[in-house]
Design a protein around this ligand. Structure first.
Ligand code: C5P
Length: 465
């Protein structure tokens, strides 16, 4: 059975029910997956109910309604099948649409999971799209949301573009005219909304001396190239609206700048995914910024607003989301300043900080990632934050760089191992991971993660000999 065969069986099953509940994550991929499936179901005449959870755990299982509706677990569920068994959910009332590692359980629930077919660089939104396309080939427009979910879940990061079936979905959307795939575009966040010099200065992958974290430096660099950086009415231009020859001039000059500092220039370029149907200079215009908008809503407990945007609301929901995005950015900026002002503790292989109860646990990882480029980028950053709803529990977020991942660092493995040892749970990706641990184990935990990372680097070094 191929992934598409699994998607077809899932589509057939879900369409056979009149009442469906979708349980999904509050992050960009979870919201995009939920929106894909709820839109596809609505188009088929089935009105689903949606529930969003931060993680699927015993406490959040209470949010899953105890009723006769068919339950679709999206972007979660594969790793928590025992919880579904404990809840008493039967095999004929569950579908799991996921891309996380599966946990063996007493019952074999119907599941579509790209990992089971060897595709690790595809997110739940990609899988949800394959199911939606099997429900009706007319759902090809939902490929946009699949791309948003994939990009939001960092599936395009390592390879500077989507690969495998996730990329095929993007190309399918391009063939249908709803996605513009741009190869060798500038690998920079904010190309649709940020003034170009700000966009360059905020980018740290690759790190460009004199430009990264230096807005004035970036501005001087662009001014020297003689590019019209402002429109006649004095608005700063964004990358997307530059003329092709100006884009070439900027990228070739950045390549020279990197090479003169002895850096590689390959990560300067990536494939990007634009949505030509959206208004220019809005965050909806490209997959990365769209994903941030979804994250801003989800992480500030308004995932349904994000879902409405995914499903086409460009009125009240979009205005509310823009407001939340501004707030999201302001709090993250404040967190970034807090980390930099307070300073981090450096161990041999990581740097860490505890931010107490000052910030919500859902955003500390994002702030940590941004702080990293202003700190020692060779050492991953670990941030701990209190859980207001459970003072015995600490949330941990870690971030590192692509370069460190290339040297053998795997934060997902480090946090999964160390948190399991102290009775907690963690997961994520090599470059970005999170965990929940008992508060009393904080001190031991940080040292243990440091030790695991030291071991990862050592093992990689030996492997290269
Ligand atoms: O919360 P944060 O942004 O730091 O999460 C980074 C990554 O780690 C995300 O992909 C998230 O789903 C994952 N994570 C996890 N288990 C946790 C916390 C985070 O799998 N307990």
């Amino acid at each position: 059975m191929s992934l598409c065969d699994d998607a077809r069986s899932a589509a057939r099953e879900v369409l056979s029910h009149d009442e469906v509940t979708i349980v999904s994550h509050i992050d960009a991929d979870g919201i995009a997956s939920e929106a894909i499936l709820s839109e596809a179901l609505s188009r088929a005449g089935i009105r689903p109910r949606s529930v969003y959870v931060r993680q699927l755990e015993p406490m959040t299982m209470r949010q899953v309604p105890q009723d006769d509706t068919f339950k679709v677990f999206c972007d979660l569920g594969a790793g928590q099948q025992n919880l579904l068994v404990e809840r008493g959910l039967r095999e004929d009332e569950v579908l799991i649409v996921d891309h996380h590692v599966s946990q063996p359980a007493e019952r074999s629930y119907l599941q579509v999971n790209c990992l089971h077919h060897g595709f690790s660089k595809m997110s739940a939104a990609g899988v949800a799209y394959l199911v939606a396309r099997e429900m009706d080939p007319g759902n090809v427009d939902l490929s946009r949301l699949a791309v948003v979910g994939n990009v939001g879940d960092m599936m395009a990061r390592e390879d500077c573009g989507l690969v495998g079936p996730a990329r095929e979905i993007a190309l399918e959307g391009a063939a249908a005219g709803c996605i513009e795939v741009i190869s060798r575009d500038l690998n920079c966040y904010g190309t649709s909304t940020r003034p170009l010099h700000v966009c360059l200065a905020y980018n740290d992958d690759p790190y460009i001396a004199g430009i990264t974290n230096n807005v004035n430096g970036a501005l001087r660099f662009l001014q020297k190239l003689g590019i019209e950086l402002q429109t006649p009415d004095k608005r700063w231009r964004v990358w997307e609206e530059l003329l092709p020859e100006d884009k070439r001039l900027v990228t070739s000059s950045l390549v020279q700048q990197l090479i003169s500092c002895g850096e590689r220039a390959d990560r300067l370029f990536s494939e990007s995914y634009l949505f030509p149907g959206e208004v220019a200079r809005t965050p909806l215009r490209n997959a990365q910024e769209f994903a941030t908008l979804l994250n801003a809503c989800g992480r500030w407990t308004r995932p349904s607003v994000a879902s409405a945007i995914c499903r086409g609301d460009r009125g009240p929901a979009f205005r509310e989301a823009e407001h939340m995005l501004n707030n999201h950015r302001a709090v993250i900026r404040e967190l970034l300043e807090y980390i930099l002002d307070t300073g981090v503790e450096e161990l041999s292989h990581l740097q860490w900080i505890h931010v107490g109860n000052r910030y919500p646990d859902t955003i500390v990882g994002i702030g940590a990632g941004m702080a990293l480029s202003r700190l020692n980028m060779d050492k991953p950053i670990l941030v701990m934050v209190e859980q207001p709803e459970d003072p015995c529990l600490t949330k941990v977020s870690m971030r590192t760089t692509e370069r460190a991942v290339g040297r053998g660092i795997d934060l997902q493995q480090a946090l999964t191992t160390a948190s399991a040892e102290v009775g907690g749970a963690g997961g994520g990706h090599r470059i970005a991971a999170g965990a929940f641990i008992p508060k009393e184990s904080e001190e031991y935990f940080v040292k243990r993660v440091n030790q695991i990372i030291a071991g990862q680097l050592c093992a990689e070094g030996q492997g290269h000999r």
